[in-house]
Design a protein around this ligand. Structure first.
Ligand code: PLP
Length: 435
C-alpha cells in the first residue's frame, strides 16, 4: 500500500481524490480475465481495464513482442523519419479495416486521435477551397476525450463546465437515450429520426459553415447509449447529401467490442474518418490512430510541396506501441477472438437482462459485449447509488465501472460463460440487497 506521502503526491485523473485516498483500491498485477491486489486476491475484470484490454491481460505474445522491441529500437523520431514497424502496422490496420480506409495517422491516446481528426477535417476543407466550413456538430451526452477539440464537441456537462467557453461554433444533435427504448435487447427500435436533427442544424447555420459531424457509434463513457436502428445510416446519408464529413469515434467500439473489427462493420456504415485507441495495442502501450479515407490524405498530399499537415506528436508511431499493436492483431487472428466474442454475446445478453426487476434497476442495455445497468438516482445524490455498488463489487472481487448512476460493463473479449455467471451472480447479489 502506498505511504500517505505517496498518496498525497499523486493527483489522480477522473477520481474523487479525497474519497479514494481514505480507502484506496490498488491492483498490483494482472493476467487473463483477472487483476490481483497486493495480497494476491483475484478481481474479475468486468471492464477490460478502461475498455482497453480485449485480448485479456498480460497476453504472453504481446508481452514478448514489446520486450523484443524495447531491446531492439527504443525510440525513432517520428518526423521526416520512420522505422519498419510503423509502416507495417499501418498497412495491417488498413487491411483489418477491410480497406475501407486508406491511411492511418498515429497519436498517443483517444483524445489526441479526436483532436487530430478535427484538424484533418479543417485542413481538408481549406485545401478544397471551402475554408469557411469550420463548424463541428457533436451530440449531447457524447464523450470524445479531454483535448480542447474533443471537449468542445463532447456533450458531458461535468467535463465542460470547469473550462470556460471552449471551441466556438459547435452545435449538438440530441442524444438517443429514449425512455421508450428501456430494456431493449440489442439495438433499440425507436428514434432513428433523431438523425434529422442534422437537417435542422443545417437550416440554422447554413450548410456552407458545417465541416463535420462526430459521433460515437455506441457511446461508452456517457453510460452506453445505443444508436436506434437506422440512425447511423441516416446520418451518413445526410452528410453525403450536404458535403459534410462524418467522423466515428471508435475509441471504445474499435477492435472487437461489438464482435466485428469496428462498429462501422457492425452497422454497415463507413465514416470518412475513424478515431481509435485502447484496444489498438490491447492497452499495453498508449497509442491512438486516426483512420482516414484516401480522399482526405490525397487532397492534402496534392497541396504545394512541403509538409502537407502541420501536426504530429513526438511519440507518434512509437516502436513499442507498434510492436504491441502488431502482436495484438496477430493474437486476434490466431486466437479467433472476434469469433469467440460473437459466440458469447447471446449468453451475455440473457445474463445481463436477468437483472431486470431488481430494486432500483431503471434500464438495461446491451450490444456485442457491452452492457449497461441504469439505476434510479437517489434524490440529491447523483452517482451515489452506482458508486456504492462499484465499491461493494470491488471488495467482493469484481471490477465494474460506473458513470453517474449507470453501471457500464465491457469485459475482455476472451471471457467464457463461467466468468459471465460469476459477474452477474455477484451483481445480482449486490443489487438485490441495497443498503
Ligand atoms: N473517445 C471516446 C469515445 C472514448 O471513450 C475515450 C475514452 O474513454 C476517448 C475518446 C479518450 O481516449 P483517451 O482516454 O485515450 O484520451
Amino acid at each position: 500500500m502506498p505511504t500517505s506521502a505517496q498518496m498525497q503526491a499523486y493527483w489522480m485523473p477522473f477520481t474523487a481524490n479525497r474519497d479514494y485516498k481514505q480507502a484506496p483500491r490498488i491492483v498490483a498485477s494482472a493476467k487473463g480475465m483477472y487483476y490481483y491486489d497486493e495480497q494476491g486476491r483475484a478481481i474479475l475484470d468486468g471492464t477490460a481495464g478502461l475498455w482497453c484490454v480485449p485480448a485479456g491481460h498480460s497476453h504472453p505474445k504481446i508481452v514478448e513482442a514489446v520486450q523484443q522491441a524495447i531491446a531492439t529500437l527504443d525510440y525513432a523520431p517520428a518526423f521526416q523519419m520512420g522505422h519498419p514497424a510503423a509502416f507495417e502496422f499501418a498497412e495491417q490496420l488498413i487491411e483489418y479495416s477491410g480497406h475501407k480506409f486508406g491511411q492511418v495517422f498515429y497519436t498517443n491516446s483517444g483524445s489526441e486521435a479526436v483532436d487530430t481528426a478535427m484538424k484533418m477535417v479543417l485542413a481538408y476543407h481549406r485545401a478544397r477551397g471551402e475554408a469557411q466550413r469550420t463548424r463541428f456538430i457533436g451530440r449531447e451526452r457524447a464523450y470524445h476525450g479531454v483535448g480542447f477539440g474533443g471537449m468542445s464537441v463532447g456533450g458531458l456537462p461535468a467535463n465542460r463546465k470547469q473550462f470556460g467557453p471552449l471551441l466556438q461554433g459547435v452545435d449538438y444533435l440530441r442524444h438517443t437515450a429514449l425512455p421508450e427504448n428501456r430494456f431493449s435487447k440489442g439495438l433499440p427500435q425507436h428514434g432513428a429520426e433523431l438523425a434529422d436533427d442534422l437537417e435542422r442544424l443545417i437550416q440554422l447555420h447554413d450548410v456552407s459553415t458545417i465541416a463535420a459531424v462526430i459521433v460515437e457509434p455506441v457511446s461508452g463513457s456517457a453510460g452506453v447509449i445505443l444508436p436506434p436502428a437506422g440512425y447511423l445510416q441516416r446520418l451518413r446519408q445526410l452528410c453525403d447529401q450536404h458535403g459534410i464529413l462524418l467522423i466515428f469515434d471508435e475509441v471504445i467500439t474499435g477492435f472487437g467490442r461489438l464482435t466485428t473489427p469496428f462498429a462501422s462493420d457492425y452497422f454497415g456504415v463507413t465514416p470518412d474518418l475513424m478515431t481509435t485507441a485502447k484496444g489498438l495495442t490491447n492497452g499495453v502501450v498508449p497509442m491512438g490512430a486516426v483512420f482516414s479515407h484516401p480522399k482526405i490524405y490525397q487532397t492534402l498530399a496534392d497541396s504545394p510541396a512541403g509538409i502537407e499537415f502541420f501536426h504530429g506528436y513526438t511519440y507518434s508511431g512509437h516502436p513499442l506501441a507498434c510492436a504491441a499493436g502488431l502482436a495484438t492483431l496477430r493474437v486476434f487472428k490466431e486466437e479467433g477472438i472476434l469469433h469467440h466474442a460473437a459466440g458469447m454475446a447471446a449468453y451475455w445478453e440473457t445474463a445481463l437482462h436477468s437483472l431486470k426487476g431488481l430494486p432500483h434497476v431503471a434500464d438495461i442495455r446491451n450490444l456485442g459485449l457491452i452492457g449497461a445497468i441504469e439505476l434510479e438516482t437517489v434524490p440529491g445524490k447523483p452517482g451515489a447509488r452506482a458508486m456504492a455498488v462499484y465499491k461493494k463489487a470491488f471488495a467482493e472481487g469484481v471490477l465494474i465501472r460506473t458513470t453517474g448512476d449507470i453501471i457500464a460493463l465491457s469485459p475482455p473479449l476472451i471471457l467464457d460463460k463461467s466468468h459471465i455467471d460469476v459477474l452477474f451472480a455477484k451483481l445480482h447479489d449486490i443489487l438485490a440487497h441495497p443498503e
